[in-house]
Design a protein around this ligand. Structure first.
Ligand SMILES: Cc1cc2nc3c(=O)[nH]c(=O)nc-3n(C[C@H](O)[C@H](O)[C@H](O)COP(=O)(O)O)c2cc1C
Length: 334
């Protein structure tokens, strides 16, 4: 190709890129656009493996989740989880002693307690139980247990109320010049954390920028804020952590779990009188680098999306953004 004149070379490259075989070759072998993601996925897996000796919150949460599922099966086997119960107790000990995630440690404590009281003992389970009882002496008591569906508090929100909340929530891009109280955002994050996540791992962080000087940069990091960056009172970056996974098959889970939490977050903001706009985080190498430098991200941390937050300017415009009708998105039985 180098021997061809520049203009002709560009034309040939364009033609190859636009043909279907050319596209496959281009995306599989030529472009480096997938490089950042691949590196993040593989470095995440490496990090996962190396952190198993220093306390791995992902392993602990996933294993406790698996144990809970074993405990709730209608006809539980006399014993289960034998192959990973020792690893789970070891991780529980580490996480509990580190003390930085009390909620996870207490959940693990309660469920391990229930597990050892429920299953029939085997030599491996007995060994894990002994280790558990040793560490349980120093643990704060917690009464987390699996429960029955009928024990849950009844729903008090009507379908109409929930629909209306969703109709009221629209992407708002023009805000009052008024600071967003952190306590309200923390309340919304508490709701975000009630979202489902694969194996209840919750592999994300809400990185929040509310310092006016930092906001000048943060609000301009995504490409989609060009017309309203100076309006933004708070920027939230939902950052997924690929070190939660031991296999490439889970490389998309941060985006699913992060988005589900983000949806809860913005609906909760509405109930607190705040508005927001989700902002696309495109996979653009220069932007990834800028965000990595700005937030001091690890290689295995990837931005899922950004969210601008503020009090809606009552005079600010809002697109009507009419939604599809359910009939257009439902298809029953193949
Ligand atoms: C993943 C995602 C990325 C988005 N990116 C941007 C963006 O970069 N800039 C912007 O102004 N709005 C962005 N939006 C807001 C959408 O434009 C908006 O959700 C859509 O038009 C529907 O409007 P509604 O949110 O008011 O229902 C984004 C929304 C989502 C869910």
């Amino acid at each position: 190709m180098k021997l061809l004149p520049g203009k002709f070379r560009a034309k040939v490259a364009r033609t190859i890129k636009n043909s279907s075989i050319g596209k496959s070759v281009y995306y599989l072998f030529i472009t480096t656009r997938f490089k950042d993601e691949s590196i993040a996925v593989f470095r995440g897996i490496k990090m996962y493996q190396s952190s198993s000796s220093s306390g791995n919150i992902s392993t602990l949460r996933r294993n406790i989740h698996r144990i809970e599922k074993g405990l709730i099966t209608p006809n539980p086997r006399p014993y289960f989880a034998e192959s990973y119960i020792h690893e789970t107790v070891v991780q529980f000990k580490k996480i509990a002693s580190l003390g930085h995630d009390k909620s996870s440690a207490q959940w693990a404590f309660g469920i391990l307690n229930q597990y050892f009281q429920t299953v029939q003992s085997t030599p491996k389970i007995k060994q894990a139980e002994t280790l558990f009882l040793e560490s349980a002496k120093d643990s704060e008591p917690a009464n987390h247990r699996t429960f029955k569906a009928e024990e849950r508090a009844p729903n008090t929100i009507t379908h109409t109320d929930f629909l209306n909340l969703n109709i009221k929530r629209r992407s708002v891009r023009y805000y009052l010049q008024q600071q967003v109280p952190r306590e309200l955002v923390e309340k919304a994050v508490a709701v975000a954390l009630q979202a489902p996540s694969a194996c209840n791992r919750q592999p994300f962080m809400f990185r929040i920028i509310d310092d006016p000087e930092l906001l000048k940069t943060a609000s301009r990091l995504p490409i989609g804020t060009e017309s309203f960056a100076d309006q933004i009172q708070m920027m939230v970056f939902v950052v997924g952590d690929l070190s939660y996974y031991f296999d490439v098959r889970d490389k998309h889970v941060i985006y699913i779990d992060g988005s589900l939490a983000a949806m809860n977050f913005i609906l909760s903001l509405e109930t607190l009188g705040l508005s927001s706009c989700m902002i696309n985080w495109g996979d653009i190498p220069e932007r990834n680098k800028a965000l990595k430098d700005f937030l001091h991200l690890n290689v295995w941390e990837r931005c899922v999306m950004a969210i601008s937050v503020g009090y809606a300017d009552p005079k600010g415009g809002i697109p009507s953004s009419i939604k599809k009708h359910p009939i257009n998105v439902i298809k029953y039985n193949v």
